[in-house]
Design a protein around this ligand. Structure first.
Ligand code: CP3
Length: 349
């Protein structure tokens, strides 16, 4: 039994006493407690050590008072299980060995089924079970995966990209190759999410971070069908599915049609516009510009209240940033945001 299920209620568009809030990348470098652990171990070791992953997952619940925890891990964990070397560097973020740019690399990829997923990534269900124990029903736990298109960008580019020239080159010269890669990723993601749901997560988020860099027509061909396939293919057991993209403005209606229960918005779309365009068919998550958290609490209040007011009295709003929290945000500002969202939304109801 959950003591605070406002997050799940909002995902299902049921009434709540105040708007639930969590923060993408809420367990991260802006927290001293995170940096202290991270001084001793590298990032991937943290992800793969259930005790550490659980400890870090709990930090924002204890320190900020957010309404949901999110499994501490990374979207590139299942990419490694597909047979690609992944390492994280301080300066450039993730670097992947042997990026997929031809039949040769594509054919070498593994698509771990449910048994293999548990064998190759046992630390995922182990961490989930530990977190659930330690949460003891305080708030729900969100599991996640990268969506197929976003995972494909990393697998093809080999690192975080500015212009996505490799994946787009393949898109316009050998679309069939890209589709075959997306199929393999989709199969992997379905088993990966099912493993998390089986271990007990209460909701799942699909991060399609880079899908907003596609034209609406290319989104329809290369991103949406695979997101739909994942959403149809997983054994949800009642878990709401959140679909996030950075740059939703040109693709919002398509995302609403994906079958997701909640659409995660970046900050470049006005909440009034998002509410109107999504036509009460899904819940909405978002969408404060992460940089607002550089401002003083009075500034944070003005901007957060604006979003809450724009969403209005209807149910189905999960407050969040429009992308991950930045590493140099003062932790007191993140804490202020959580309190402000709770205060301003209970004043409204
Ligand atoms: O939200 C959470 O708190 C849960 C944990 C989580 C992380 N990454 C931790 C992380 C989640 C859900 C992710 C998702 C993720 N990872 C995405 C999609 C969301 C997004 O932010 O767009 C992407 C694209 C990645 C890949 C990734 N991981 C990059 C590009 C980087 C480097 C950039 C950076 O912020 O350092 C990471 C590293 C990473 N993932 C860190 C954390 C806490 C920092 C690692 C460190 O301690 O050095």
């Amino acid at each position: 039994m959950l003591k605070n299920d406002n997050f799940l209620k909002a995902c299902r568009r049921e009434p709540v006493d105040c708007t639930p809030v969590w923060i993408m990348r809420q367990a991260g470098r802006y927290m001293k407690e995170y940096r202290d652990i991270r001084k001793k171990v590298d990032f991937l070791t943290m992800c793969k050590t259930p005790d550490l992953a659980a400890e870090v997952t709990l930090l924002p619940v204890d320190i900020l008072g957010v309404d949901a925890a999110i499994l501490f891990s990374d979207i590139l964990i299942p990419v490694e299980a597909m047979g690609i070397g992944v390492r994280f560097t301080e300066k450039k973020g993730p670097i992947l060995s042997n990026p997929v740019r031809s039949e040769f690399e594509l054919n070498a990829l593994l698509t771990p089924d449910s048994v293999k997923s548990e064998e190759m990534m046992p630390f995922i269900p182990q961490a989930i079970r530990l977190i659930l124990q330690e949460l003891d029903g305080r708030v729900p736990l969100i599991g996640f995966s990268g969506a197929p298109f976003t995972l494909a960008t990393y697998m093809i580019e080999g690192e975080t990209s500015r212009n996505f020239t490799w994946i787009k080159r393949i898109m316009y010269t050998d679309a069939a190759l890209l589709h075959r890669l997306l199929e393999k990723i989709t199969t992997t993601v379905i088993h990966y999410l099912n493993m998390q749901i089986k271990a007990g997560v209460h909701a799942v988020q699909l991060f399609d971070t880079w899908a907003g860099w596609l034209s609406p027509d290319d989104y329809r061909e290369f991103a949406l069908p695979y997101v739909e396939k994942v959403i149809k293919g997983i054994d949800k057991k009642g878990c709401p599915v959140i679909l996030f993209a950075n740059g939703v403005s040109g693709i919002l209606e398509q995302m609403v049609d994906s079958g997701a229960d909640v659409i995660g918005l970046d900050w470049r779309i006005d909440m009034v516009d998002a509410v109107r365009r999504s036509g009460n068919r899904v819940a909405l998550q978002g969408n404060l510009d992460p940089c607002v958290l550089y401002g003083e609490p009075s500034v944070i209040r003005r901007h957060a209240k604006d979003i809450i007011d724009k969403y209005g009295k209807r149910s189905g709003h999960v407050f969040n940033l429009g992308h991950g929290i930045l590493p140099d945000i003062p932790v007191e500002h993140a804490k202020a945001l959580v309190d402000i969202v709770h205060e301003e939304s209970s004043r409204q109801s």
